[in-house]
Write a protein that binds this ligand. Sequence first.
Ligand SMILES: [Ca+2]
Ligand SMILES: [Ca+2]
Length: 432
Amino acid sequence: MKRFYSIVLTLATIICLCGSAIANTYYVATPASGGDDSNPGTSTTQPWATLQHAVDTIAPGDTILVKTGTYVGFRAENSGLPGAVKTIKAEDGGNVLVNAPGPFNRHSSNIEFENFDATVKYWVIDGFEVADSPKYGIDLRDTDHITVQNCDVHDSAVTGIFTAFTYHPLIQNNESGYNGEHGIYQSNSGDFPTIVDNYLHHNFAAGIHMNGDIRFKPGDGIISFGIIEDNIILENGLGGGSGINMDGVSDSIVQNNLLYDNHASGISLYAIDGAEGSSRNKVYNNTIVMAPSSRWCINIPKSGKGRPNPVGNKIKNNILYTPSTTKGSVLIYSSTASGFESDYNVVVNRFSASGGKRIITLAQWKALGYDLHSIISMPNDLFVNPTNDDYHLKTGSPAINAGTSLAGVMDDLDGISRPQGGAYDIGCYESQ
Ligand SMILES: [Ca+2]
Ligand SMILES: [Ca+2]
């Protein structure tokens, strides 16, 4: 048996070496710039013409570099491999615009990753502008380990970046704005989504919407083990939908996000379609400054449709400011919400432990055992320049060194390591 394993290992090594040795770069250019799908595609002087031909042709480990120009989109139905992902990327400094669905697309989205017979895996899409989609800008369904990065997705009829039954998506450093629904939407019950460093603005509904959707099978109706970190989220929600909207999302981390001028709620943990009210989430070191006439900074209502209520959520080191005189910093459905912890936040003097039926003061909220170390402060005392949306902490800000140590929060939205000055600051920025 030993000899058999050693042969298998040797073969595996040879295959891996060959895999890396034959990784190729291919090029795509518009027909006006010499693109032709009958070219070999292997040099900048003999590029292919269509994104569809490119994604249908390359092997695991290969990269497609797309030259400046305007293209129709594509539908990727094949997969890369672990350690040999397939990459489709705008060339360095290139301006690649994808402004319509590809000819084989099935959902009227500009770019689609899906195969009705198999999970599509191990792709990277990088650096595209994706505009004016009649449905979704970028659309991932039944996928695993797909990365969407450095894209600018805007003016989609529905959502900018959409996923369904998508596991381990890495959605990083994208802009998604002016879409008819959400900026980013993780739907159905795919787990391990990482949504980091995105700039999400002026979407009609949520900045980030996540929905466990128990109705849609297969799946457990819960999105688990998500990381929502370092996103800047503003001016969403005119049509309803929180800055970060979590319907059936559990055991996830929401930290170092900056949310301002959103028009519905800031962060909502709930269930309407998910299998359980969003539970056991860590909401740490976020800065939330709400628009006038908006809802709650943090909203944890009773579940709909008889689903289990949210339990075990922890709200720490957040700045939770609203100018509203009728809404406040934190709403929970009941003062007996199991395992709920809230503390070391900067707040306003309004809370609700009754799903909004009754507004109570910080003193009354503290009497329930919450926010015993939290403080009330105003934007002009906290921030460098809130009028011009600079939410870094000003010298002497009461948020400096007022937080609690949170081992999972290693740095801040700017990447500055925490803590500075001997203690954690409250909010998404750590003052140096
Ligand atoms: Ca799940
Ligand atoms: Ca500090």
